[in-house]
Design a protein around this ligand. Sequence first.
Ligand SMILES: [Zn+2]
Length: 138
Amino acid sequence: MSDLPSYEELLKKGLKKVPKEAEAKERFEIPKAQILRAGQKTIITNFTEIASHLRREQNHVLKFLLKELATSGELSGPRLTVIGSFSEDAVNSKIDKYAKAYVFCTECKKPDTKLVKEGEYMIMKCEACGARHPVPKV
Ligand SMILES: [Zn+2]
């Protein structure tokens, strides 16, 4: 026998990987970041498309992304240029993280939410189930 995992093991792993929100995500496919790398810079060419698909303000997504990647960047047109060399996977995983934190309802897992400011707090309101909960500041 080789050391390769068996089909059964792979299947188990695959099943474990399916998160609860998978159903909601199926009908809400976040566009994958398209990356161009130029020297010490990474350009996300479809940044505004991603933000508008998430139905969030570009600046909000931008701030989150820059903080998560611990870098600085600049928006010009539909493109976001960030300092540093980042893989597509790295960028996409941050965008997924953003969606989990600021787009998908924690109760019903649907993306039909909006962010509203209430005093000092940012509240995520779900238009599907009516849930409201505060989200962390970016
Ligand atoms: Zn909900």
